[in-house]
Design a protein around this ligand. Structure first.
Ligand SMILES: [Cu+2]
Length: 288
């Protein structure tokens, strides 16, 4: 299967790209914040993402501003990389079949990258969703990259409350940024029960050999230790969690979405009021 092929060599590599061309602001940023790296905030470096034709592996990465991520494609068709609104710098980058692109992230922030050929950003819900005209519908192709300063910071905190509306059945807002040790609350305003639990993606897709294996283990452990499933009863069921591990936490509702390990992405379950939106969300935890 083409989608399962893990390429170890590229047939071609596109030249490195400095995003946004904002060299001036990058330099200014480098001068203003170069504190000593903190062990607690050490990012599990995921410097390589593979696009398999339907989805990306891994679906979450955490790098330090100024670092480069290689997006390699094992797909037979072109990848149209695009960034969702809210990213500090806009990304639009085509990656040819079996080629790779180097993306340099100059500014801290949360970057949701998706394949614009099959996936779009929905303003109303604030997250990506599969395009109805895509062959792979209802599977969206997306990957989330957290870019922080060397000490794990560089993002402004948001509110710490996540709610499930009774209309769309998604987690709202899709992304929050909190401090380590800060309580995050969930409120379910929907008629159906929901669950918030860590994404199984790193567990299902380990890379057992080489340096990547060790990195996968770090991510796996981080995810496993992040939090226990939170059951949210119908009509105003509440839950709370406090995360101590800085970094990017991806969670989902296992009642209404499932990770598809052959497609490398999540699938929404039918008969779901929020269909085809994936009932997932991310929590960025900043070190204190
Ligand atoms: Cu749900």
């Amino acid at each position: 299967m083409q989608a399962m092929t893990r390429r170890t060599a590229f047939t071609s590599v596109l030249a490195g790209t400095v995003l946004g061309g904002a060299i001036g602001s990058s330099l200014a940023f480098a001068q203003m914040s170069m504190p000593a790296p903190s062990k607690r905030a050490a990012a599990p470096a995921r410097s390589r993402i593979t696009f398999h034709g339907q989805g990306f592996d891994p679906m979450t990465s955490h790098i330090v501003a100024g670092e480069t991520i290689t997006v390699a494609s094992s797909a037979a068709r072109p990848l149209k990389l695009a960034s969702a609104p809210g990213a500090p710098e806009k990304i639009e980058h085509a990656v040819a079949p079996h080629a790779a692109a180097s993306l340099k992230f100059a500014k801290p922030g949360l970057y949701v990258l998706y394949d614009a050929a099959t996936t779009r950003f929905d303003d109303k819900v604030g997250q990506v969703v599969a395009r109805h005209d895509a062959k792979q519908f209802p599977l969206p192709a997306y990957t989330v990259i957290l870019v922080t300063t060397a000490n794990g910071r560089g993002l402004a905190t948001t509110g710490s409350r996540v709610s499930i509306p009774d209309s769309y059945m998604t987690f709202e807002p899709w992304a929050i940024v909190v401090n380590a040790g800060q309580e995050i609350t969930f409120v379910n305003n929907d008629m159906d029960p929901h669950i918030a639990m860590p994404s199984p993606e790193p567990m299902l897709m380990p890379n057992p050999s080489g340096a990547g294996g060790a990195l996968s283990s770090v991510v796996w452990l981080e995810k496993m230790q992040s939090f226990a499933p939170i059951a949210l009863a119908a009509k105003t069921g509440k839950g709370a969690v406090t995360l101590s591990q800085p970094g990017l936490h991806h969670y989902y509702c296992p009642i209404h979405a499932v990770y598809d390990s052959t497609a490398y992405t999540f699938a929404p379950l039918k008969s779901y009021g929020g269909y085809p939106f994936i009932m997932d969300g991310v929590i960025v935890v900043l070190p204190t």
